[in-house]
Every structure is written in structure tokens, then in C-alpha cells.
Design a protein around this ligand. Sequence first.
Ligand code: SF4
Length: 370
Amino acid sequence: MQNSYAGLYVHAPFCISKCSYCAFNSVIKPVDTSGMCSALSSELYRRINNSHLQFQTFYAGGGTPTLLPPEFWAGLVNMAVTESLKEVTIETNPASADAVDYHSLLQAGFNRISVGVQSFNDKYLHLLGRRHSADEAGNTLRQISNSGFRNISIDLMYGLPGQTPEDHRTDVEQTLRFAPQHISAYDLTLEPGTPMGDRGEKASEDICTDMYHQTDDLLMANGYIHYEVSSYALEEKYRSVHNSSYWNRTPYMGIGPSAHSFTGTSRSWNVSNISQYESALLRGELPVESSEELTHENAAHEILALGFRNTGGVDLDELERYGFRLDPAELLQTGLVSRTGNLLVPDAEGMLFADFLALKASELLTVSRV
Ligand code: SF4
């Protein structure tokens, strides 16, 4: 089973400060990160030792993984590398750019970088609690490009409190000036327990819907392919293979505090607490908190929940393999999906209403065999 993992995710849980909307598992970076670097290396070594894993993707996320040294990342990538490894991504934050040697990261084996810009407007950056300005974001993008990266993704957020469609249009236009190979444009999610989530600060649903369509129109007019509700690629080859593996339900291994793994039939997740994570590995144990086996019904509902979010769509044959049949007539009548062979493929409006489509489809599922 282990040989089937296609993606490797590494969670680096440190940031220089906490953004006002962020519910990711991250804490302020300590002066000494060597304990975490050793723990992450140890976990990967233990998980892959004596096996022949053929990862296709490596994704360093967090947190702000570029706060850990390039030589640490070089060692980790080296442990995971085989000739099947194609896409090697690291996330970064313009607020930490001064301390980051992007050329060393390229030499460490990364060939793709995802930059959390979020906005090119200082007012909204301040509101989001980001520790960088729009100018610094621009400088970081130039620095990354000059260091040799040729596959750059920019993260943008919209639906911010007080943000107008004109403000958002300007953000998208500023993003286009850098002609990134990939853009992720996210509607702000209000997470309970975060300052913005607790204050309930967000643009209205109508404005968010306008901004979604505005993003779609502007990016499609500039040659981007809208392949997932929040994801746009400048060419087919720039689709995120790693993220696509989550939507396709391809097995992946996650290492680091709170990281999840998926074998195809079960999910497991690590402890979130950083000292518990490091202690478990020092004791020679894997830091797994829990796991669950997926029933065929779980799998069918996941196929629906994920499939309508991206243009890969929902595969009716795959549902059949799990013992469920879906009569698509009512879904096709919504005009939000079309049928190509055995695939139900959402359009841009359909991806926006993915939750509605998944709920409707789950009501239409019938058992095809027991
Ligand atoms: S940089 Fe990213 S992970 Fe860190 S606090 Fe901000 S949003 Fe969260």
C-alpha cells in the first residue's frame, strides 16, 4: 500500500507573526528551529525507510516553510527524490523574504514556489494582519524570479471586509503584471477562534459572488485555465499536480505536526501540538494521533464533495466501483454541469455551487450492489 503514495506534504509550523484570519497550525518561530528540523527529518526517514516510495510531488507548506534553512530542505527533498518526483513546491511569505535565499531553495530541489501575496493594497494587507506591504510583495516576486524560479504561483484573497469589486479588480490586474504561471484566488473563510472570524468581518455573499466571476472573467481573458474553484493555470502544464492529487483522492503522505495522510482506504493524522510531536519522534515513535478506515459510502460522498470543485469532475464509473449509481438527469437540468462520457463536469458557476451539487447528488445516489 505504501508504494502507492503519490504526494508528500511537509508541514513547517512556524511563522513570523499570526495573520488575523489564519486557523492553520502555526506558531511564532522560535530562535532555534533545529528540534523541528530533526523531528521532520526523523519522521520522513521512519516512514520511508526500507520501502520504495515513488513520490510524484513534494509540497512544503505551513506555516512559512521558508523560515527553515535551505540545507534542511535540501536534505528532505533528497530523501524523497526518485526519478518519478516531478513537482517540488515550497510556500513563502513576502514578510520573511529578506531572510530567505531563494536561489538556495532552487538548488535544494524546489522547482515551484507559492507566494502568499493575498492583496496588493496596503489597507487590506493591514486588515489581514499581514506583515508585509504591497511594495514588499512586488519586490519578493521579482527577487524570486531573478533567483531562477520559472513556476511561480500567487495566492490572492477576496471577499475582505469593505473590499469593493473595483478594489479586487485592481488586485487581479496587479497580479497579472507579474504573469505568474499559477494563481490561487480564495474567498476569505471566517474561521472561528481567529480575530477576523470572531468579529464576523467579511464582504456580503453577493459581493463575493461578483468577485468570483470577476476573477474568472479577467483571468480567462488573459489566457488562464480555470481548473478548480480557486485555481488558475497559465498553461495545462502549470496545474498544481500536488493539489490535484487531493481532489482526485490520490494517496498522499503528510509529515509534520497535524499533517494528514491518505492511503486510498484510510486517513490518519499527526498530533498538532509541536512539543508532543517532537517528543514522540525523540522517543522513536511515529507522532500519529488517530486514523479512520473509510467505508464505501464515505468514499462516494468524498468523490462528490471534491469532484464538483474542479474540472476533473465526478466519475460515475468510480462511484459504481464503490457500489453506488448516480442518475445525473436532475443535475444536468441545473445547467451547472455537463456530461462527457462518464464524467459530470462543472462549469465555473457549477464549481461555485459545488456544495449544492454534492448535496443534490448525494440525495440521488442509489446502491448498485451490496
Ligand atoms: S503566514 Fe500563512 S500560515 Fe502564517 S499566520 Fe499567516 S496565513 Fe497563517
